[in-house]
Design a binder for this molecule. Sequence first.
Ligand SMILES: *[C@@H]1O[C@H](CO)[C@@H](O)[C@H](O)[C@H]1NC(C)=O
Ligand SMILES: *[C@@H]1O[C@H](CO)[C@@H](O)[C@H](O)[C@H]1NC(C)=O
Ligand SMILES: *[C@@H]1O[C@H](CO)[C@@H](O)[C@H](O)[C@H]1NC(C)=O
Ligand SMILES: *[C@@H]1O[C@H](CO)[C@@H](O)[C@H](O)[C@H]1NC(C)=O
Ligand SMILES: *[C@@H]1O[C@H](CO)[C@@H](O)[C@H](O)[C@H]1NC(C)=O
Length: 380
Amino acid sequence: MSWPQLGLFQPGGAPGLARLLPWLLLAVQGLAQADCPCGKPELCRPIRHRPDFEVFVFDVGQKTWKSYDWSQITTVAVFGKYDSELMCYAHSKGARVVLKGDVSLKDIVDPTFRASWIAQKVKLAKTQYMDGINIDIEQEVNYSSPEYDALTALVKETTDSFHREIEGSQVTFDVAWSPRCIDRRCYNYTGIADACDFLFVMSYDEQSQVWSECIAAANAPYNQTLTGYDDYIKMGIDPKKLVMGIPWYGYDYTCLNLSEDHVCTIAKVPFRGAPCSDAAGRQVPYKVMMKQINSSISGSQWDNEQQAPYYNYKDHTGRFHQVWYDNPRSITVKAAYIQHHGLRGIGMWNANCLDYSGDAEAKRQTEEMWKVLEPKLRHR
Ligand SMILES: *[C@@H]1O[C@H](CO)[C@@H](O)[C@H](O)[C@H]1NC(C)=O
Ligand SMILES: *[C@@H]1O[C@H](CO)[C@@H](O)[C@H](O)[C@H]1NC(C)=O
Ligand SMILES: *[C@@H]1O[C@H](CO)[C@@H](O)[C@H](O)[C@H]1NC(C)=O
Ligand SMILES: *[C@@H]1O[C@H](CO)[C@@H](O)[C@H](O)[C@H]1NC(C)=O
Ligand SMILES: *[C@@H]1O[C@H](CO)[C@@H](O)[C@H](O)[C@H]1NC(C)=O
C-alpha cells in the first residue's frame, strides 16, 4: 500500500481533511486486515461470546471438519496443521479455534524461557487469528519439584497474557482422568484449574497403569471415569471448570488367551511403575471398529460392570483379539454426570475418528455419536 498516491485523487487544490479522513480510515483498516484469509474480514476477529455449555473438539487434520456438527461445537483445538479455512469457518459459526501448547517442563523452570514461550504463542495466535490455546503437557512431575510450581506458573502466565492480548480468548489445560498422580503426573490441579479458563479431563486411556490382573478392559469404564470427577470436585475444583473428555476411539488387544467367558489375558507391558498397561493394545478409531464388528466372532457385547461395549475377533494368523470401545450407549450413561454435577461441557479425542464418507450406515452412526453430546436433563 503506497501512501503518497493519496494526493493524486484530489483534483486540484489542497485536500480537505474532512474529505481525506474516511479514506484514511479505510486504508488503515485495510492495512490491519490485509492478510485476513477469510472472505469477510470480520471473521478474523476473535470470538467473544461465552457459551453456557462447551462442546470442545480436538481436530487432528485434513478436511473432515467440514462434516462436523457445527450446531454444537464451541471450541476446536487444532492439533493438526493450521488450516485458515477451518479458522474462518469456525468463526462464521461462532466457535473458537485454539492452538496446541506443549513444552518441555525442564525448560519452563526458567521464568525467562516461560515468558518467551508465551510471547511466541500469543504472537502465533494473533497471526493465525486464533482464540486461545489448549495446553497439553502429559509429562511426569513430582510433588514439590521445581517443575511442579513452574507448571502452575506457566498456566497462570499464559492465561494472563492471552486474556490481555486477545479479547475473549480461552486458555485450557488437559488433565488425566483422575488427579491421583496418574502416569506420575502429580500436578497442582487446584492451582492449575484456578489459573486457566477450564480443564479438559481426558477420561480415556484409563488402563494406562493396571495394577491388578493383566486383562483387556474398557478404555473408560463407568465407575472409574466418574470417580475421577468426584475426586477433582472433592479437592475443591468448581465443576464449571471441568469439561468431560470422551474417547471416539477404542483399544484392540491381542489375547494371550481368550476364555469362554470372554476374559482376554494380555501381554505384560509396564508403564510408569505399573506392571501392565493399555500399551499392550492398539488404539483404533470408532469408524474402523464399526466396519469390523459385523465380521467379529462375538458381535457387540455389553459389559455391565464397566458399562462398556466390546467384541472379539480372530485375525488372519488365527490369534484372538478383544476390542473395547465407547458407543452412544456408554457415552450417554457417563454424560449424565455432566448435568447432574453441573460440569461445563463435553468434548472428545478426536472428532476425526468418525466415518464422514456419507455412506448411509456410516452417516447414521456418525450422527448418533454427535447427537449424544447434546446437553439434556437425563432421568431427572
Ligand atoms: C521423580 O522422583 C523420582 C524419585 O526421586 C525420580 O526417580 C524421578 O526422576 C523424578 N521424576 C521427575 C520427572 O523429576
Ligand atoms: C497450588 O497453586 C496455588 C496457586 O499458585 C498455591 O496457592 C497452592 O499453594 C499450590 N498448592 C500446592 C499444594 O502447592
Ligand atoms: C485359556 O482359555 C481356555 C478356553 O476358555 C481355558 O480353558 C483355559 O483355562 C485358559 N487358560 C488360561 C491359562 O487361562
Ligand atoms: C452390521 O450389521 C447390522 C445389523 O445387522 C446392520 O444394520 C449394519 O448395516 C451392518 N454394518 C455394516 C458396516 O455392514
Ligand atoms: C460403582 O460405584 C457404585 C457407587 O460407589 C457402586 O455401588 C457400584 O457397585 C460400583 N460398580 C462397580 C461395577 O464397581
